[in-house]
Write a protein that binds this ligand. Structure first.
Ligand code: 5CA
Length: 439
């Protein structure tokens, strides 16, 4: 994409209404604009990153055996009366009336709807186990929307729902999602620590939050220092029940907990291996057995012909919140440092002198060849000073930047810069092309 034809409204000044660095940078880099309290429009650059985050979430859900569908944002109140949650949910639920005076709501989550959908077609134990998920907008009328997309009112969530024949099966589904989550966050360069958690309005008795450490996070957390080691992916066989369970128990530092549920053994003191920090909740998983299946009358025929009430769990990831969390974890004074996996463009080309024929010919040619090679490239061909172009590329966090200037071109070289560490090398155009294409 040529920057001269793009819609990329970057701001020079830090907006005064933003308190935390990710919110400031999201506004400055032209990723989002607030349209009402806690509601955001995703500008072209933000939309690209959001899609990449969602794609990683989707790939890891699919890998763990979950099946994608798409449910609507609007739901009927009657559905929520079946589970008994309609009155209990409170003012966070946005309630709407249609022209026929029917009570509707903008979904804050989908336990009721998925239970009704599954109930309509599941008949026997052969229809289990299943985990279904979607990636869809949610609305929660938060009292205090803040920190930009971190705590919005409208936000994008991946929510998955598992149906199993019994508790042991449901635990297996839970363990699958547990590892799928660790792998999802690792692919985004995030170390997310799983912590025992309260279940809140979702209910149930087994629950973990996934917390990314950040000084600006909303929760106070305690964790073993092993969790500070660099991120890694977990090679797991999602179908191997016993291995997954063993991995799950080995992994959990028993005293990792959020402040609401501080079940720390007395001998564990802050200092030593136990650390205290703040963190951002990017995911939350729940096992709640028959909490929805029983009142909503979901029944299947078991292997012995008897009626079985399926055991359920639900599993959420804050897809839009993740963008804020990634920026909190990866930025410097000049702007965002996107991990390659979620960067809006992989390569940026800076043409230092658009009025110089040799520079422009070389930049146009490199741009065409990168596009042909299928590399996502942003070409700064604007009539601007070099300094402004460098600042924009760094602000919006493009991982690889190729600078083309008259002196270099006279010698047949360009400069390749890595955003992550600022490392610069002079290379021939051929070598620069090969390097970014391989990376
Ligand atoms: N039904 C369950 C799991 S599908 C559920 O709703 N869980 S949740 O309430 O914990 O939300 C799942 C994830 O959505 C959270 O971990 C968080 O990352 C994200 N989330 C929740 N509220 C907001 C919000 N107001 N703004 C942005 N993200 C949010």
């Amino acid at each position: 994409m040529r920057l001269s034809r793009h819609f990329l409204p970057v701001l020079k000044e830090s907006p005064s209404d933003a308190q935390i660095v990710s919110h400031k940078l999201m506004l400055r880099a032209g990723l989002v604009r607030q349209t009402a309290a806690g509601i955001y429009a995703w500008l072209p650059l933000g939309q690209r990153v959001l899609r990449k985050i969602a794609d990683i979430v989707r790939e890891e859900q699919d890998r763990a055996g979950a099946i994608e569908l798409l449910m609507p944002t609007l739901q009927s109140a009657d559905l929520w009366r079946e589970s008994g949650r309609y009155d209990a949910y409170g003012p966070e639920m946005l309630r709407i009336t249609d022209r026929h005076d029917r009570e509707m709501l903008y979904g804050p989550t989908n336990e009721e709807m998925i239970t009704a959908i599954f109930r309509d077609s599941a008949r026997s134990y052969r229809d289990l186990p299943r985990t279904l998920y979607h990636i869809q907008w949610k609305f929660r009328d938060e009292v205090r929307p803040r920190f930009g997309v971190m705590r919005g009112r409208e936000f994008l969530m991946k929510d998955a729902y598992s149906f199993d024949l019994d508790e042991a099966g449901a635990h297996h589904s839970y363990h699958r999602m547990f590892f799928a989550y660790l792998n999802t966050f690792a692919r985004m360069g995030l170390r997310a620590i799983p912590m025992q958690a309260d279940t809140g309005p979702i209910g149930g008795d087994l629950s973990h939050e996934f917390i990314v450490l950040a000084p600006t996070g909303e929760s106070e957390v305690f964790f073993d220092k092993q969790w500070e080691e660099p991120v890694s992916r977990y090679v797991v066989d999602y179908d191997d029940k016993d291995a997954l369970m063993e991995g799950f128990y080995n992994m959990l530092a028993p005293y990792a907990a959020t402040d609401e549920k501080r079940d720390l053994p007395k001998e564990q003191k802050i200092g030593g291996d136990l650390k205290q920090s703040r963190g951002i909740e990017v995911g939350h998983i729940f096992y709640f057995g028959e909490k929805y299946s029983k009142p909503m009358n979901l029944r299947v025929q078991g292997p012995d012909g008897s009626e079985v009430i399926p055991h359920m769990g639900s599993y959420g990831i804050g897809v839009s919140r993740l963008m804020g969390a990634i920026i909190e974890a990866s930025h410097d004074d000049n702007g965002i440092i996107w991990p390659d996996a979620v960067a809006p463009y992989k390569v940026g080309i800076i043409n230092m002198r658009i009025d110089d024929e040799a520079c422009t010919a070389a930049a146009d040619d490199l741009y065409a060849r990168l596009q042909k090679a299928g590399v996502e490239v942003l070409y700064d061909d604007r009539d601007e000073r070099g300094g402004a172009k460098f600042a924009t590329m760094d602000l919006i966090g493009i991982p690889w930047q190729i600078v083309i200037g008259p002196k270099g071109i006279a010698k047949g070289v360009v400069e390749l810069k890595r955003r992550k560490d600022g490392e610069k090398v002079e290379l021939s155009i051929e070598d620069a092309l090969a390097k970014v294409t391989e990376a």
